[in-house]
Design a protein. Structure first.
Length: 143
């Protein structure tokens, strides 16, 4: 079942990340399917904490970036748009280098809220973290 309201162009999504935290952390969108969106992020000096492993906050940034981007392609933009309400992250495996891959899939696509699952895995496909992102669906105010 295709969930997108408009066709997704990965080049457009990646360009939208210019001059944002996504660009700073090296997040790049790489794949779109009928009901999922994928982005990658390097584990390097930008995303590590002092112990030399990936910072938990970097996992949350990747999860919220891929989940909120996906959410906004599931509504009739520009009439509606989505913003984050809550994120929950469980860290499963630490990372010292390489890349992590975040895949967002919806649990619920409602009129006023959306709930997304974002699994973050390493390059070998091992689970690094599981994330649940709740989004508010808002209507643009007419001026």
């Amino acid at each position: 079942m295709k969930i997108w309201q408009v066709e997704i162009d990965l080049d457009v999504i990646n360009a939208r990340g210019n001059n944002t935290m996504s660009e700073h952390l090296g997040i790049v969108f790489t794949e779109v399917g009928e009901d999922y969106l994928v982005a990658r992020m390097p584990v390097d000096q930008r995303t590590k904490q002092p112990l030399g492993i990936m910072h938990g906050g970097a996992s949350c940034v990747l999860a919220e970036t891929v989940g909120s981007t996906a959410a906004n392609y599931c509504v009739a933009f520009p009439t509606f748009y989505c913003v984050g309400l809550d994120i929950n992250t469980n860290h499963i495996r630490s990372m010292r280098g390489g890349e992590v891959i975040g895949t967002a899939r919806p649990f619920h696509l409602g009129k006023s809220t959306q709930v997304w699952s974002i699994e973050i895995k390493n390059e070998e496909g091992q689970l690094v973290s599981v994330n649940r992102l709740t989004m508010a669906v808002l209507q643009q105010k007419q001026i």
